[in-house]
Write a protein that binds this ligand. Structure first.
Ligand SMILES: *[C@@H]1O[C@H](CO)[C@@H](O)[C@H](O)[C@H]1NC(C)=O
Ligand SMILES: *[C@@H]1O[C@H](CO)[C@@H](O)[C@H](O)[C@H]1NC(C)=O
Ligand SMILES: *[C@@H]1O[C@H](CO)[C@@H](O)[C@H](O)[C@H]1NC(C)=O
Ligand SMILES: *[C@@H]1O[C@H](CO)[C@@H](O)[C@H](O)[C@H]1NC(C)=O
Ligand SMILES: *[C@@H]1O[C@H](CO)[C@@H](O)[C@H](O)[C@H]1NC(C)=O
Ligand SMILES: *[C@@H]1O[C@H](CO)[C@@H](O)[C@H](O)[C@H]1NC(C)=O
Ligand SMILES: *[C@@H]1O[C@H](CO)[C@@H](O)[C@H](O)[C@H]1NC(C)=O
Ligand SMILES: *[C@@H]1O[C@H](CO)[C@@H](O)[C@H](O)[C@H]1NC(C)=O
Ligand SMILES: *[C@@H]1O[C@H](CO)[C@@H](O)[C@H](O)[C@H]1NC(C)=O
Ligand SMILES: *[C@@H]1O[C@H](CO)[C@@H](O)[C@H](O)[C@H]1NC(C)=O
Ligand SMILES: *[C@@H]1O[C@H](CO)[C@@H](O)[C@H](O)[C@H]1NC(C)=O
Length: 525
């Protein structure tokens, strides 16, 4: 072990199961946010893109590094938002750095075209699969997103796989042919959630009547074991993923290493991530990776069967599998992932709650408005963090529509979700994860070794989570269906806001964001 560390320090780059990672203290990354045309499904539209691609380039770092991401806003097309702000989803940001958390009007103001902002994020001991996306209005569904991986050179389950590199990053996402402002206006006018035009696997897909875009192929070599990292970076849909003739051994959920759990089909909700090991132990050939999109049926473009990719063995011809396109194993053949079966590799019992809350999600009739406990979230014009830094930390300092729930420091909060119509909201908590003491997938309450994650799906079977308020600050907590969030399905967990002034010391660059943003003409915001 000593000699390994020596090598590790001597070289700035090391290879970990195929991925070349830096071991410098800081990982510097630049992202240029631009408007440009893309055609992931063969239909060309102008989008908001990190470095001009969809998805944006993966950001990779190594355990213990500080990630320093300089974002240059080069947006020009005012049919979409031209200000921006980036959230690094799933990263455990400590209080001291909460001002670099990137959530517009909660922890920051966005920044306008022609401006740059640098996010500094110490990663501590956290490792796993995360992602980044625009967190201003619905900018994410205009294409601004990418994956973020923190490699662990000494991963406790590394003996289970041979390869974990750029080629093992898998994304699923839904895609709209319209820009997000048009999509939102349509939602409000018709009360019909924007239904995607296409489901994409690794940024490629087909829709009814569209061109035969070449499916993304993932190369494997027979006899090797691959750690695939699957990200749902979409704005709404869940995807049911399977690989013909192969099993998937799950070893990570949302950055938390799990006991190996073998399945042959899994559902991944918006914002969630899984790592699973696939053994390329089948005859050399091409196999379908089925990524059936559950995106609604009210858009005749969308054909769920057509979202898929190809697992291609070295030596197989560069062609599509000859087998039928299916939705994966069904009925008795299906060994489906049950969230409640996931056990962390390092289980931590869920603490007893100090506060119990119920979140009832509800859409009143006749208006396009989602509510939590009858309140629809409206982002304030002064970010919650700015208020807390100004000492405005009592309940009276927040409008009802800020849906800001205040808790003292160092407490355990339990939230029970009521989703009687089984809408299935993927709720995401920023800056930390939570214990899923009761999953929709089970009737059992588990406080002993429950999975911890940062996006949980609600349903008509009660879901109960618990989290700690150990980090002072306002932490966004919202539905990851972007258009639900847009019409109110959001809240803020105000953890020990009284402590914020003592703990959080933002930089001058951050202090200048709100005055600069507020001075922009509306079209540049
Ligand atoms: C994005 O593009 C810039 C400019 O070309 C480049 O310096 C940077 O490395 C790219 N970022 C990533 C994460 O690839
Ligand atoms: C700006 O984006 C819209 C779509 O939102 C597109 O129709 C238009 O062509 C774009 N303008 C330019 C100059 O690219
Ligand atoms: C990381 O883990 C090490 C060893 O368990 C511990 O000593 C250290 O305090 C941890 N660092 C952080 C930032 O949590
Ligand atoms: C893949 O599985 C199907 C049925 O599950 C079987 O019919 C087929 O022969 C298998 N393909 C290979 C290459 O083993
Ligand atoms: C979806 O695509 C498949 C494969 O091309 C086709 O067989 C099926 O009819 C399509 N479904 C719909 C509803 O259009
Ligand atoms: C919260 O609910 C749990 C049951 O889930 C109960 O044991 C506990 O006493 C409640 N705590 C408070 C503070 O109401
Ligand atoms: C929300 O409002 C409805 C009436 O619109 C009422 O029946 C219900 O009890 C309220 N729910 C909560 C959690 O306040
Ligand atoms: C404050 O909340 C009320 C409803 O409770 C709403 O009508 C009003 O628009 C809100 N004001 C702001 C500034 O958000
Ligand atoms: C919260 O817990 C931390 C670590 O245990 C401790 O340093 C801090 O004083 C506590 N804060 C409050 C307000 O209890
Ligand atoms: C929640 O679980 C129930 C009971 O198993 C199931 O019928 C329902 O479809 C699930 N909801 C979601 C959103 O997965
Ligand atoms: C939950 O929703 C599922 C799917 O809509 C339905 O089959 C089931 O009966 C519902 N369960 C309850 C308890 O309402």
């Amino acid at each position: 072990m000593f000699s390994f560390r020596l090598v590790f320090l001597a070289l700035a780059l090391v290879s970990v199961r195929g991925a070349t990672v830096s071991t410098e203290t800081k990982q510097f990354v630049t992202l240029d946010i631009i408007n440009g045309p893309v055609a992931p499904d063969g239909f060309t539209r102008v989008a908001v893109l990190a470095n001009g691609t969809f998805p944006g380039p993966p950001i990779v770092a190594t355990k213990g590094q500080t990630l320093v991401v300089k974002v240059n806003n080069k947006l020009t097309n005012e049919t979409m938002r031209v200000s921006t702000s980036i959230n690094f989803e799933g990263i455990f940001i400590d209080s001291k750095n909460i001002f670099n958390e990137g959530s517009s009007f909660v922890t920051t103001c966005p920044f306008g075209p022609g401006e740059s902002y640098t996010y500094t994020l110490p990663l501590g001991n956290q490792t796993g699969s995360f992602w980044y996306h625009g967190q201003l209005a619905q900018q994410q569904s205009d294409g601004l997103m990418g994956t973020l991986i923190v490699y662990d050179p000494e991963h406790p389950l590394a003996h289970l796989y041979d390869i974990d590199d750029a080629n093992t990053i898998l994304t699923v996402s839904d895609w709209l042919h319209t820009d997000s402002k048009t999509a939102l206006a349509g939602y409000i006018a018709t009360q019909t959630n924007p239904v995607p035009d296409c489901g994409l696997f690794n940024g490629k897909g087909r829709f009814n009547g569209g061109p035969q875009v070449e499916y993304a192929a993932v190369s494997v070599a027979q006899g090797k074991r691959y750690r695939f990292r699957l990200f749902n970076i979409g704005f709404r849909s869940n995807f049911v993923v399977s690989i013909d003739n192969h099993t998937m051994t799950i070893i990570e959920a949302d950055g938390v290493a799990t006991e190996p759990n073998e399945v042959n089909i899994l559902t991944i909700h918006a914002g969630q991530r899984y790592s699973f090991v696939v053994n390329a132990n089948q005859p050399v050939g091409n196999y379908w990776i089925n990524a059936f999109i559950n995106g609604g049926t009210k858009n005749s473009n969308l054909n769920s069967t057509l979202s898929r990719g190809i697992l291609r063995y070295a030596g197989a011809p560069a062609e599509e599998p000859q087998t039928p396109m299916t939705a994966g194993p069904q009925g008795a053949a299906a060994v489906a992932l049950k969230e409640a079966d996931l056990v962390p590799l390092n289980p931590i019992p869920a603490p007893e709650p100090d506060f119990n809350m119920t979140f009832t999600t509800f859409m009143p009739e006749g208006v396009t408005k989602w509510e939590i406990n009858n309140v629809s979230y409206i982002p304030p014009s002064v970010p919650t963090l700015v208020k807390a830094l100004n000492g405005e930390t009592s309940p009276d300092d927040f409008n009802v529509t800020e849906n800001t729930f205040l808790f003292p420091m160092n407490k355990t909060v339990q939230i029970e979700f009521k989703d009687p119509i089984n809408e299935g909201h993927p709720f995401h908590l920023h800056g930390m994860n939570f214990w899923v003491v009761k999953s929709n997938s089970s009737d059992v309450i588990n406080t002993v070794n429950p999975i911890r994650r940062d996006v949980v799906i609600t349903g008509n079977n009660t879901v109960i989570i618990r989290f700690r308020t150990d980090k002072p600050g306002p932490w966004p907590f919202h539905c990851h269906i972007l258009y639900h969030f847009a019409v109110g399905l959001g809240s803020v967990i105000g953890a020990g806001l009284d402590e914020v002034k003592k703990t959080v010391h933002p930089t001058q660059a951050w202090e200048e964001l709100c005055p600069a943003y507020n001075a922009l003409p509306p079209n540049d915001q």
